[in-house]
Design a protein around this ligand. Structure first.
Ligand code: CP
Length: 338
């Protein structure tokens, strides 16, 4: 069976030996709310710093002993535990509530506290706030009143900027460089992970972006504008086999985002199941002779069959492993600067 000829994901070589120096640009990002606010040099700085944390060549004196509040109003496994693991690895301390519906900011309470007041209060107890919320703009509202940096860990259908940094780090690790490569998006293109990643891909000069969206939802206009404004070519394909055949990497997402905890957008009609044409299987990888590396912010539903997990194409669990180091880089940058 000739799937791909790359080494197993965990053994993939780094493109260059890390030469880590702190950038001294710490003042620019007070909060991390949107991928739009991150520039090209900052992406490189974050990737270098993540790699330095990964190989243990840098310490984090600016973070040690500090306190990070993890406020997750929506379900999460990777982002929540990733930030918690990163906080501990930096020598800092996580605080938070297991169930935010038990907080005063719960949505159905008569004495409901605003997100702004919540931020003003919680920032008295910590050095940074990491927040996930179902409302677009929730992290920005909290940042407006927080005395401490706020990191957007996903706000509704809007953005998930640290996931985008993780994705760039993992794509660079798998491909060596994204420049000149064909990057596909499978599944629902309206999710926050896609919106943030498209923003960061503008610095990476891919050859093209290929969407394989469900037929019942178009790619959002703001994504297509961001792509064309940056002179990146894009095209649509109706079946994931086209992406397997032609693309260097595929960033998958569920076909139906309503299952993963994001509230339905207005007018959203959840499909009953993922069609066969949008599911990646080992048979399709073999049939197309695909060398495409498979990524996914996770959680997955049916869009990548679990029997793909052992193939060298599968990068999605390596992507999770790398996420801790990127989140260490993000936290250390904001904790050291403030
Ligand atoms: N990728 C991601 O955001 O996963 P979680 O919802 O588990 O945090």
């Amino acid at each position: 069976m000739a799937y791909v000829s790359v080494e197993a994901p965990g053994k993939l070589a780094r493109s260059t030996p890390p030469k880590f120096t702190r950038s001294g640009r710490a003042g620019h990002l007070r909060h991390l709310l949107s991928a739009k606010a991150i520039d090209s040099d900052e992406v490189d700085d974050f990737c270098r710093m993540a790699e330095a944390f990964e190989i243990g060549s840098v310490s984090a004196p600016g973070s040690a002993g500090k306190t990070v509040a993890l406020l997750f109003f929506q379900p999460s496994t990777r982002t929540r535990l990733g930030f918690e693991a990163a906080t501990v690895a930096l020598g800092a301390h996580p605080i938070g509530m297991e169930d935010m519906s038990a907080s005063r900011t719960r949505t159905n309470a008569r004495t409901r506290e605003s997100l702004e007041d919540c931020a003003a209060v919680v920032s008295c107890f910590c050095d940074a706030i990491v927040v996930r919320h179902h409302e677009t703009g929730a992290a920005a509202r909290m940042a407006a009143k927080s005395q401490m940096p706020v990191i957007n860990a996903g706000d509704g259908w809007n953005e998930h900027p640290t996931q985008a940094l993780v994705d760039i780090y993992a794509l660079r690790r798998g491909l060596g460089s994204i420049r000149g490569r064909s990057i596909a998006f499978g599944g629902d293109p309206r999710g926050r992970t896609v919106r943030s990643l498209v923003q960061l891909l503008r610095f990476e000069a891919p050859r093209e972006i290929v969407f394989c969206p469900p037929p019942h939802h178009a790619v959002p206009a703001d994504l297509l504008s961001a792509i064309t404004e940056n002179q990146i070519r894009y095209r649509m394909v109706p079946d994931i086999e086209y992406a397997l055949a032609d693309c260097d990497a595929i960033m998958m997402a569920p076909y139906d985002m309503s299952e993963i905890g994001e509230p339905a957008a207005s007018g959203y009609v959840p499909p009953n199941e993922t069609p066969e044409s949008h599911i990646i299987t080992p048979e399709k990888i073999e049939r197309t002779g695909s060398n495409a590396l498979l990524y996914h912010p996770l959680p997955r539903l049916e869009e990548i069959h679990p029997s793909c997990d052992v193939l060298p194409n599968a990068m999605y669990f390596e992507q999770v492993r790398l996420s801790k180091f990127m989140r260490m880089a993000v936290l250390d940058r904001l904790l050291s600067a403030n």
